[in-house]
Design a protein around this ligand. Sequence first.
Ligand SMILES: Cc1cc2nc3c(=O)[nH]c(=O)nc-3n(C[C@H](O)[C@H](O)[C@H](O)COP(=O)(O)OP(=O)(O)OC[C@H]3O[C@@H](n4cnc5c(N)ncnc54)[C@H](O)[C@@H]3O)c2cc1C
Length: 379
Amino acid sequence: MEFGFTEEQQMIRQQAAECLKHECPTGLVRQLMESEHGYSHELWQTMVEMGWTGLIIPEAYGGVGLSFVELAIVLEEMGRALVPGSFFSTVVLAGQVLLAATNDQQKQCWLVPLASGKLRATVAATESNGRWDAGGITVRAEHQNGQFLINGTKLFVPDAHIADLIICVARTGSMEGVEQGITLFAVNRHAPGLTVTPLKTLDQTRRLYEVSFEQVQVPAHYVLGEVGQGWTIWERVFDKATIGLCAEMVGGAQAALDMAVNYSKSRIQFGRPIGSFQSLQHRCADMLLLTESARSAVYAAAWVASQDANDLSLQASIAKSYTNDAYRYVTGECIQIHGGMGFTWEHDAHLYLKRAKADEVTFGDAAFHRERIAKLIGL
Ligand SMILES: Cc1cc2nc3c(=O)[nH]c(=O)nc-3n(C[C@H](O)[C@H](O)[C@H](O)COP(=O)(O)OP(=O)(O)OC[C@H]3O[C@@H](n4cnc5c(N)ncnc54)[C@H](O)[C@@H]3O)c2cc1C
């Protein structure tokens, strides 16, 4: 395992931090939170120009061909800036399915425009049962006359309204042997019978939608990978996306910690900065410890993801269970340290708390991941 970042990786981080500081201040985040789709074309173009949409896509398909570690570095900075819009759904979710499951022709068709920022995409996996395991996939796709017909409803689909392509994780086999018989389909968002409805959610910087399929026709050549073999691919993408989300969460926790420390150094009470008192120092020290430990877990997991190693699921679950608790705690403490002020709409502290609460349940809460760890290590 590599324990330090290379010069190139440090440069990527610095460029990402500087770019987002200027191009994605919280003023823009707030503006997009109040907009219809929470998406800025200008910000998207900036990310395209930075090469981020093609960061982990091989050069043969128009990308930069870097590894998951570089992606995690950029995601950490995105989490720090609370970047809204469809980068995560397009690159970290759909991009990785397309990388892992497509043939050369499909890569030309979807991966090349995705790398150049011309195609936005997402993945529709979760349903009303809210489960993240294979047993939660009940939306069905039937094979009929050389094509597939999808029926059912997906929930919590990120950025579906602005996606050109929705990758649907559907069941083509029986519920017995739940991991068998799941197939991945690339579906045009404008396909007849497909309806996208916005969901009212806590974190308006990340839009979630209900996607309904009613007799949606998908040609057989829009199947990604083998029919019935989709779960293995989706599970690995799920693990990598979980690690990517954790990287964002660490960036958010760092932003909340910085905000709290700066306030405690500048707010004067009883003639001294309030940060000179141990009651706040101890709180800040706990926040630092949690942020740093989460960061270590995430970097280790990102390195494992870059190597496609066998313990990917274990590392993803370790990172997510720890980061869930850390991000929630740090953002909660950030509000406490700001006294009553951090709770007000005008202060940015609540934006991070809402992200932390929403991220906590995305891709599984800490209990889900701790149970998964127990199973994976044979407890
Ligand atoms: C929108 C809003 C609604 C509110 N609603 C209520 C309400 O319903 N009921 C109510 O009672 N109050 C309410 N308040 C007041 C709020 O509870 C106070 O703001 C709060 O008690 C913190 O005081 P402060 O903002 O002056 O914090 P600050 O004095 O800025 O303190 C910031 C942090 O430093 C800590 N601190 C301060 N001095 C020291 C010290 N000497 N040693 C160690 N730590 C220290 C504080 O505990 C806090 O964590 C509200 C405030 C707002 C903004």
